[in-house]
Structures are given as structure tokens and as C-alpha cells.
Design a protein around this ligand. Structure first.
Ligand SMILES: [Mg+2]
Length: 252
């Protein structure tokens, strides 16, 4: 799978610092839009917990030991099953049952509590809020996951909704993510001026780039759904949000 790592330029951190500078200049009319899954949050601990519980329920020892690193190759559950120690054949055979078990749990508040913040994400959002920007979390998660989502933010030190921080979610689980995100764009336009948007899905980053040509569009080169989509020119890829280490030195 193309993980876009080769798009990360050595000066990527300067783009994030520039966003904060512009946020200070624009104040609350400047909006920073953040996707959640694989952008601000790393979902691998949630994925691992589900496979562990599946392994425990079915008496499959190697799955009962599943850890976040077994999900390093992205959202591909068969790859995770193999990474835990199942053979390719066993993974194929068990996949439908494991997937059904997963689907009952993944999109729920109690399970999204396991998410951890992407490196530097909490601090970057805090700096944006401090700078006076409006922050909008635009996520494909549905409203039923609001409680767990806000609690995961609290636990990870990510600014929680309130004041100039907004959480825009899908009204229902059934609504398609792409359709929802396009509707959310109209809402962002009513709120002010989109200064920057952050998303790991190439399709969504491209949508922002097309609909908001003045905005800075930042792509998180974490993982994505695997759809074969190229990123449009002008979109900046970054590995995470940690822009400073030991004083002012910028790291890759
Ligand atoms: Mg995402």
C-alpha cells in the first residue's frame, strides 16, 4: 500500500508552524479542521483490544496476545491476523467471523476510549486554540460515539469541544463518510474562513484542496483506507504533529 512517506519533505514542520502563525493573525474567524481517526488519533490500541477479545472468546491464543504493533500495516485485518501468528489459510478462514466481531465493537464509545493521540497532536491543537483559532473536528464517526470520543480527547489532553472548539460528526452510522465530509464543508464555510485542514485519507484531503483553494491542506502520512487515489499537488504530507524538540530544533 502506498503510505505516501516519500512525499514527506524535510521542511514539513515549517508548514505546521506557519499554520499556527496564520492562526494568530486571523483569530477566531480562522478555522482549523482536523479529522480524528489516523489523523489526531492512533486507532491501533482499539484494533488490538478487539482482536484480543476475539481471541479470548474463541480460544485462539495468538490473537488473545494481540498488540497495537500487529496492526502496523494499516486497516487490513487479514494482515493483522497473520501478524499475530495465524497462517494465511487460517486468517482467510477466520476472517468473516473476526470481521463481524470487530464490526459490533469498533464503532462504539466504549472501544474508542482505547485510542491514543498521534505524536504531538494534543500540543498542536492546544497551540491552535491558544492562538485564538476556531478548531473543528470533522470526523466520520457517528453521533453515538460522541461520549467516548470526547472522553478519549480528555484522557489524551486533546482540546475538548466547547467555546471555539467544535465536534462535527455524522448524524447516523449509515451515512457515507465521503458524503458527510462534503456536507461538513458547507458548514465550515458558514463558520468562517478555513485556514487549514488535516486528514489522512487522500480522497478527503483532495476534497479540501478543491473546495478550499486558499486553505493549507495537510495530509497525515499515517495510514488510509487503501483506495488507489493520488494526492493533488499543493497538499503537504507530514508524519505527525511534533514540530519541536529540545528548544527550537525542527526534526523530521
Ligand atoms: Mg481518518
Amino acid at each position: 500500500m502506498n503510505d505516501f512517506r516519500d512525499r514527506i519533505r524535510p521542511d514539513w514542520a515549517s508548514v505546521l508552524l506557519h499554520v499556527l502563525e496564520r492562526a494568530r493573525e486571523m483569530g477566531p474567524k480562522g478555522i482549523l479542521a482536523f479529522d480524528l481517526d489516523s489523523t489526531l488519533f492512533d486507532n491501533r490500541p482499539r484494533q488490538a483490544r478487539i482482536l484480543r477479545e476475539f481471541g479470548e472468546a474463541r480460544g485462539i491464543g495468538c490473537l488473545a496476545d494481540c498488540r497495537p504493533h500487529h496492526w502496523d500495516s494499516g486497516w487490513d485485518m487479514k494482515a493483522a491476523l497473520r501478524s499475530c501468528g495465524l497462517s494465511a489459510e487460517e486468517a482467510e478462514r477466520i476472517f468473516p467471523e473476526a470481521k463481524a466481531f470487530w464490526a459490533e465493537r469498533f464503532f462504539t464509545s466504549p472501544y474508542c476510549l482505547d485510542d491514543v493521540a498521534v505524536r504531538g497532536a494534543a500540543k498542536f491543537v492546544a497551540r491552535a486554540v491558544e492562538a485564538g483559532a476556531t478548531v473543528a473536528y470533522v470526523t466520520g464517526r457517528h453521533e453515538e460515539m460522541r461520549e467516548g470520543t470526547v472522553e478519549a480527547m480528555r484522557r489524551n489532553g486533546v482540546a475538548v469541544p466547547g467555546g471555539d472548539v467544535h465536534l462535527i460528526m455524522k448524524p447516523t452510522f449509515e451515512m457515507h463518510d465521503d458524503e458527510f465530509k462534503r456536507e461538513a464543508h458547507a458548514r465550515l464555510k458558514r463558520m468562517g474562513t478555513l485556514l487549514a485542514a488535516f486528514d489522512n485519507e487522500p480522497t478527503h484531503a483532495n476534497d479540501y484542496r478543491t473546495k478550499f483553494p486558499e486553505a493549507i491542506v495537510v495530509h497525515l502520512a499515517t495510514d488510509h483506507s487503501g483506495r488507489p487515489v493520488e494526492l493533488l499537488e499543493g497538499i503537504v504530507s507530514v508524519p505527525h504533529f511534533e514540530v519541536e524538540r529540545r528548544g527550537s530544533s525542527v526534526e523530521r
